[in-house]
Design a protein around this ligand. Structure first.
Ligand SMILES: Nc1ncnc2c1ncn2[C@@H]1O[C@H](COP(=O)(O)OP(=O)(O)O)[C@@H](O)[C@H]1O
Ligand SMILES: [Mg+2]
Length: 273
């Protein structure tokens, strides 16, 4: 049986006077990958950014309607604890954007700002602290969370011997997996990704897709993608946006194989966008 994790009803967004999102109603199903597709400017990112109130970073943006997570009160109201919401709803952006810090510190970051202190300056590599102390295994919660996140993001084997390396020394694909690790280290329930592969080569893209397919057993994933093949390969449900409206939503296979509307048919056939 499928469970709805995010239930959106009649969501509208305005940027100043511009009506960018026009009454979107859509369920996001637990432990699935939902893909948002549609031409550039159709409102995909705008809608995605409502889920963790990143939309608030635009001072003149206004969101109305109802978004419930696990049946809790509407997150679009003023009383929402945005910090708590964002620890439940992690986000990965288009450009891999690690901090100018070590691999270890990038992943530990979210835990540190939530008050967990990293031990002895963190790990230099697996088995060794920055202080030079040799360790067999760490039971420190920050170390354990960093290791688990790097493993889940399928980056561990590539970095376990150099956790002290600057994140900037990693390839673009590795940096994006590091950003995924950083987002999941604080154990969110939902992971939002806004065109995470658009800057990556096909091999790195494939690596991210395989990672997401594994991650959906633990997280509910919503991904905005320009790449129809990607949407078809990895998503369970598909939402097609056009000019600020949700045009069609359904099982990915159904939307690709038997779209209900001609606009959807044209888009998935690659006729525009
Ligand atoms: N910060 C902003 N200020 C004004 N208009 C914006 C802003 N962000 C997005 N828009 C507009 O809102 C519409 C939807 O944009 P967006 O959600 O980014 O689309 P998509 O992610 O599908 O490409 C577009 O017309 C875009 O120009
Ligand atoms: Mg966008």
């Amino acid at each position: 049986m499928s469970t709805t994790v995010i239930d959106s009803r009649d969501v509208h967004v305005w940027y100043g006077p511009f009506h960018a999102l026009k009454g979107v109603t859509l369920p996001i199903v637990k432990h699935e990958i939902t893909a948002f597709i549609g031409a550039s400017g159709s409102g995909k990112s705008t809608f995605l950014r409502c889920f963790n109130r990143m939309i608030d970073t635009v001072s003149y943006a206004r969101a109305e309607g109802e978004i419930q997570m696990n049946g809790n009160p509407n997150i679009l109201t003023k009383d929402t604890d945005v910090i708590a919401l964002r620890s439940k709803v992690g986000m990965v952006f288009q450009n891999p954007a690690p901090f100018p810090k070590s691999i270890y510190e990038n992943v530990a970051y979210g835990l540190e700002i939530r008050g967990h202190k990293k031990p002895g300056g963190g790990l230099l590599q697996w088995g060794k602290r920055r202080t030079g102390e040799e360790i067999e295994w760490s039971k420190h919660p920050v170390d354990m969370a960093v290791v688990e996140a790097l493993k889940d993001a399928a980056l561990w084997d590539e970095v376990k011997h150099r956790l002290d390396l600057s994140a900037y020394r990693l390839s673009g694909g590795q940096q994006q997996r590091l950003c995924i690790a950083r987002a999941i280290a604080v154990k969110p329930e939902i992971l939002l990704l806004d065109e995470p592969c658009s800057e990556l080569d096909p091999i790195s893209t494939n690596h991210i897709e395989q990672t997401l397919l594994k991650l959906k057993t633990k997280y509910t994933i919503v991904i905005v993608t320009h790449n129809l093949h990607q949407a078809r390969r990895i998503s369970d449900h598909l939402a097609f946006f056009h000019a600020g409206e949700l045009i069609e939503w359904g099982r990915t296979k159904d939307v690709f194989e038997s779209p209900k509307l001609s606009l959807t048919r044209d888009y998935v056939a690659g006729n525009f966008g």
